[in-house]
Design a protein around this ligand. Structure first.
Ligand SMILES: Cc1cc2nc3c(=O)[nH]c(=O)nc-3n(C[C@H](O)[C@H](O)[C@H](O)COP(=O)(O)O)c2cc1C
Length: 433
């Protein structure tokens, strides 16, 4: 078992308002587009000494879902985090930027700007996107393999651009009149299958640290891409066995790429429905999902694994033999594989299936209970080398968020499983601690 401390990120998604949670009197759902609200959560996360704040992102609006919930309406993550940078000092700022739709020069510039503004606290969550093609002139979503091919080249270009204008090139020598040593600034002259980019970047890398890379897709291609470049993976692992297997596989793949296995951290999303008693936590979970749109969930099961449950009896188990051949070109093979695997293993009824994290919780590790229950599970996963930390995804209520930040994390620190204070200044310092 590792003796290293856990690495903990806080999602600003904001998952604690999803389902019906936003309708609670104290939810502050009306503050979702108010920067002060996010700054307050950022400061509380920094007081808890978390490694980073994480903003997932999509580039489309789910108009149908917006009638009863947030529907992915969100401020641009990099701009949001730039505003938060001014009111925080140490915490990492992990932005999500898709490689499928943007040009790499723009992305390199935005993230380098965030890194300069925050003095080395920017991070890039590299996603190949789930949807939104029609907002970018594409009739169809490119296949996962096409998206990963583009992502690999995109990432290479962005990294080269970040190095193309080193901070040392800036002299600003007023006496001699020499502003920069331009011999240190080099074009990248990239010409590849997807991009042609001359460079150099027009933002100098004056921050004290490079930008850590995080990746999320966990199909074999996604894992291999992550193992070749990423400092961490944001994982969807609903159970300990899936997490331990993914962590061990990523470490092995990193070795094959000539990297140290410790250079890639496995951080599962951890959905936390926390309350003072188990019964209250169960009620919180039930209340959050009370108005679940069953038709939409069945639609998403069909889309993920091709299984049509529209006319299935709600208490009839679904067996492995009932599963059709998986559809081509699914949005996330990671989520489809996890759902398929769970049905083969557990033969759930549709009623059971509709409560599972693979269907309603983005396939994240889910704890519904007290802080003590969460501590027990986190100790257990750590003892089994199933993760290097987690990204907290509190659910259900503002209280669940508070218990995560102001009770669970301090309890982990008191046990020596998490830091009591920052020892470094940058996001990479925290990840390498
Ligand atoms: C845990 C997890 C989180 C993800 N978060 C995002 C996100 O915030 N935005 C996005 O556009 N795509 C997101 N994705 C999609 C991935 O970037 C990728 O496009 C998708 O999973 C397909 O890759 P795969 O075939 O390896 O599963 C996420 C995927 C996973 C597994």
């Amino acid at each position: 078992m590792t003796s290293r401390k856990l690495h903990i990120g806080m999602s600003l998604a904001p998952t604690w308002l999803s389902g019906d949670a936003w309708r609670r009197g104290d939810s502050r759902a009306e503050d979702l587009f108010n920067i002060d609200y996010f700054v307050e959560i950022a400061r509380r996360s920094e007081s808890a000494k978390l490694d980073f704040l994480f903003r997932p992102d999509t580039l489309f609006l789910q108009t149908a879902a917006l009638e009863g919930g947030n529907g992915f309406a969100a401020l641009d993550p990099t701009i949001l985090l730039a505003a938060i940078a001014r009111d925080t000092q140490k915490i990492g700022l992990l932005s999500t930027v898709s490689t499928t739709f943007y040009p790499p020069y723009v992305v390199a510039r935005q993230l380098q700007s965030l890194n300069v503004i925050s003095r080395g606290r920017a991070g890039w969550n590299i996603v190949t996107a789930l949807d939104g093609n029609e907002n970018f002139g594409l009739d169809e979503m490119p296949s996962p393999e096409d998206r990963y091919g583009r992502a690999a080249e995109f990432t290479k270009v962005v990294r080269k651009l970040w190095e193309s204008f080193p901070g040392e090139a800036l002299l600003v020598d007023k006496a001699s009149g020499r502003y920069a040593d331009t011999s240190k600034i080099q074009p990248i002259d990239h010409a590849g299958d997807h991009f042609s980019v001359k460079g150099p970047l027009n933002v100098p890398s004056t921050a004290p640290s490079r930008i850590p890379l995080i990746q999320a897709g966990a199909s074999p291609t996604g894992r291999d891409f992550a193992a070749s470049v990423a400092d961490a993976i944001f994982a969807a692992t609903p159970d300990k066995e899936a997490a331990a297997a993914l962590r061990s596989d990523l470490r092995q793949r990193a070795s094959c790429h000539g990297r140290s296995p410790d250079s890639i951290k496995m951080l599962p999303g951890l959905s936390l429905y926390l309350a003072d008693t188990q019964a209250e936590a169960d009620d919180l979970f039930a209340a959050t999902h009370q108005r679940m749109d069953t038709a939409r969930k069945l639609g998403s099961i069909k889309e993920m694994i091709g299984l049509d449950l529209t006319h299935w009896e709600m208490d009839k188990p679904i067996m492995a033999k009932d599963l059709p051949a998986p559809p081509q070109n699914v949005r996330s093979r990671t989520h489809a594989n996890l759902l398929h695997r769970m049905i083969v293993r557990d033969a759930p009824t549709p009623s059971e299936l509709l409560k599972r994290p693979e269907v309603i919780g983005s396939a994240h590790w889910q704890i519904i209970g007290t802080v003590e229950e969460a501590l027990d599970q986190i100790r257990d996963w750590r003892a089994c080398d199933a993760m290097d930390g987690f990204i907290a995804v509190p659910g259900g209520s503002a209280t669940s968020l508070s218990l995560t930040l102001e009770a669970l994390v301090p309890a982990l620190a008191a046990e020596g499983l998490f830091r009591l204070d920052y020892s470094g200044e940058t996001f990479l310092d925290h990840l390498n601690e």
